[in-house]
Design a protein around this ligand. Structure first.
Ligand SMILES: [Zn+2]
Length: 132
């Protein structure tokens, strides 16, 4: 009875059996630890909101579109905003931004764009935008 009330009393985090021994033990054996970790990972995956995957897909599609605009080491390239929209580009999602004297750049990883007058978009690359 006393052990139930003592602060040292703990149960296996998977099967619920009472634990003895080291105070930092969470499971009674390797099997329970493996099962417990698997259950925890499953729970994490289950609770991931659907919008995380949806937004990641938008970012991936945006990135792919930017990389397919024919930009190379010779520098920026200007395309029509409507061309990007036609290809499925979504201007609302990006991973970082950069303010310069020329204007505001939005980046998806290392590819970015700046909006120009007359519905034009300048596409650039900048490896610094993916330095963590
Ligand atoms: Zn156990």
């Amino acid at each position: 009875m006393a052990s139930l009330l003592s602060p040292q009393h703990r149960d296996c985090a998977f099967c619920g059996k009472e634990l003895f021994g080291r105070a930092d033990k969470a499971y009674c054996n390797d099997t329970c630890r493996n099962n417990g970790n698997r259950e925890r990972r499953k729970k994490l995956a289950w609770y991931e909101p659907i919008f995380i995957r949806q937004i990641n897909n938008i970012l991936k599609r945006n990135y792919k579109i930017l990389t397919q605009q024919g930009i190379d080491e010779h520098g920026p390239k200007t395309v029509s905003r409507y061309k990007l929209l036609d290809e499925g580009f979504n201007f609302h999602y990006f991973t970082s931004n950069l303010s310069t004297r020329a204007g505001e750049y939005r980046f998806i990883y290392d590819y970015g764009w700046r909006e120009l007058p007359e519905e034009k978009v300048m596409i650039v690359t900048n490896p610094k935008q993916v330095e963590i």
